[in-house]
Design a protein around this ligand. Structure first.
Ligand code: UDP
Length: 478
């Protein structure tokens, strides 16, 4: 009798993120979620990011545990010892674009592992045509909030309606009526930062607008959000992109799936950090009273100038509250950060803890942390929502302007300090989220945290949407 034929190979998904912490982090979580359901994953990483990611032995061990997971590394066009400032990926964008076609061709032609589909960072819209030419389905993944994506999508409508260009400072508090579903929320001040131009032919505004509209040409769109958090924007996007998978918050979704699958590796203790994590801050938090600390972090790209840094410092000290502050080695636009960290450490030894990089998800879940002073990056915002922690927002660029408005006005989960950096305002607002309004924000935080848990639990909207996405991938022919 003939032996039974070997089972067909699992579908093979190529995942291609922009080389930045806030993009690699959620796309790796997605990769792991797909690997967990038995899909074959090729994760494209720049050599530089790969080297930094795998400096943590536990990260290598985690991915080794999946039989069909592999990294494929590419050059970003810069020598390995280049200092790479926070937003260096804008410099390397053209290089990455130039090597994508041969890269996809090589992956598609590799014997024995036909590519079923590509999930590319939504910023890389040039991948849509390349994948189509190769006859491979492509799905876009946007790492921003649904509301920001929708605001980007509505830029042509804002221009038509006269909301853009913004006329000047006096126009900043004008309510924007041309973003359906968000009519009561957005002022000009809350629009994405690249909308703050007087000339509508500005290249960045043009680029983002075109790029966002191009998303409709992908087979589907994945967003790291959930229906109960951003319902109005999500329903609007669905009318233009029906094949929409809202499967977030991904970090929490991954934990939920790992804990319901007995044979899987233990949930990751830290996010997929590109910096060395200083765990000493957890021991410090362990010694602080419950809900007494404000956690301060402006993400992986933001740089502060001396003035803003000084205002935050004075405002925090004058608030009289305890704080844990992440000052990345490259986070100051001027002067020597090492010396500044030391100075800050000494000056605030009694009530403050300063580290270069923290295990943020764990910090936000810690019982000593009461609130989060944040730049409103979307990953940070979601991590705070999952932990039920109120936010004091100081958005810096791009989608962060929209996110901070969601926090203060749609979810009522904190305060928005947008466009102001003044020690008295910092002090007052820190005391607002930690003192006078803490009960109100804590109640809102508890509701959102519960909704997030429900979304990623079995039968929740994000859980079901991920199942649908996996079915969609399994149905694709190679
Ligand atoms: N992060 C971290 N430790 C830190 C600071 C940030 O692990 O000390 C992580 C954080 O948990 C989040 C990511 O870095 O997942 C930052 O992404 P976000 O979208 O918030 O901001 P971006 O860095 O893209 O501006």
């Amino acid at each position: 009798m003939d032996p039974s034929p070997p089972p067909p190979p699992p579908p093979h998904v190529v995942i291609f993120p922009l080389a930045a912490q806030g993009h690699v982090n959620p796309m790796l979580k997605l990769a792991e979620l797909l690997a967990l359901s038995g899909l074959h994953i090729t994760f494209i990483n720049t050599e530089h990011i790969h080297h930094r990611l795998l400096q943590h032995a536990e990260v290598q061990a985690r991915f080794d545990a999946y039989p069909y997971f592999r990294f494929k590394t590419i050059s970003d066009g810069l020598p390995m010892d280049h200092p790479r400032p926070g937003d260096y990926f804008t410099t390397t964008f053209n290089h990455i674009k130039s090597i994508t076609k041969p890269l996809f061709e090589e992956l598609v032609a590799a014997p024995g592992q036909p590519v079923t589909c590509i999930i590319a960072d939504g910023i890389f819209t040039f991948t849509i045509d390349i994948a189509r030419d190769l006859g491979v389905p492509i799905i876009a993944f946007r790492t921003i909030s649904a509301s920001s994506f929708w605001a980007y999508f509505c830029i042509p409508r804002m221009i038509e309606n006269g909301d853009l260009p913004i006329k000047g400072d006096e126009d900043m508090d004008h309510i924007v009526t041309s973003v359906p579903g968000m009519e009561d929320i957005l002022r000009c001040r809350d629009l994405p930062s690249f909308c703050r131009v007087s000339d509508l032919s500005d290249w960045l505004l043009q680029y983002v607008t075109t790029q966002t509209l191009q998303t409709t040409r992908a087979r589907a769109l994945i967003l790291n959000s959930f229906d109960q958090l951003e319902g109005p924007a999500i329903s609007q996007i669905r009318t233009h992109i029906p094949n929409l998978y809202t499967i977030g918050p991904l970090h929490s979704h991954l934990k939920s799936r790992l804990s319901s699958s007995p044979s899987s590796p233990p949930p990751p203790s830290a996010s997929n950090s590109l910096w060395e994590v200083e765990r000493s801050c957890i021991s410090w938090l362990d010694e602080q009273p419950p809900k007494s600390v404000i956690y301060v972090s402006f993400g992986s790209i933001t740089t502060l100038n001396r003035h803003d840094f000084g205002e935050f410092w004075q405002g925090l000290v004058n608030s009289g509250r305890r704080f844990l502050w992440v000052v990345r080695p490259d986070s100051l636009a001027e002067s020597c950060p090492g010396a500044v960290q030391e100075e800050l450490r000494e000056a605030t030894a009694e009530r403050g803890c300063v580290v270069g990089w923290a295990p943020q998800e764990e910090v936000l879940q810690h019982g000593a942390v009461a609130a989060f002073l944040t730049h409103s990056g979307w990953n940070s915002t979601l991590e705070s929502v999952v932990a039920g922690k109120p936010m004091l927002c100081w958005p810096f660029l791009a989608d962060q302007q929209v996110n901070s408005r969601l926090v203060s006005h749609a979810w009522k989960l904190g305060l928005d300090m947008k466009d102001v950096c003044d020690r008295e305002v910092v002090e007052r607002m820190v005391n607002g989220v930690m003192g006078e309004r803490k009960e109100e924000f804590a109640a809102a935080g508890a509701v959102l945290a519960r909704r997030a848990r429900e979304a990623v639990g079995e039968g929740g909207s994000s859980w079901d949407n991920l199942d649908r996405l996996i079915e969609d991938i399994r149905s694709m022919k190679t």
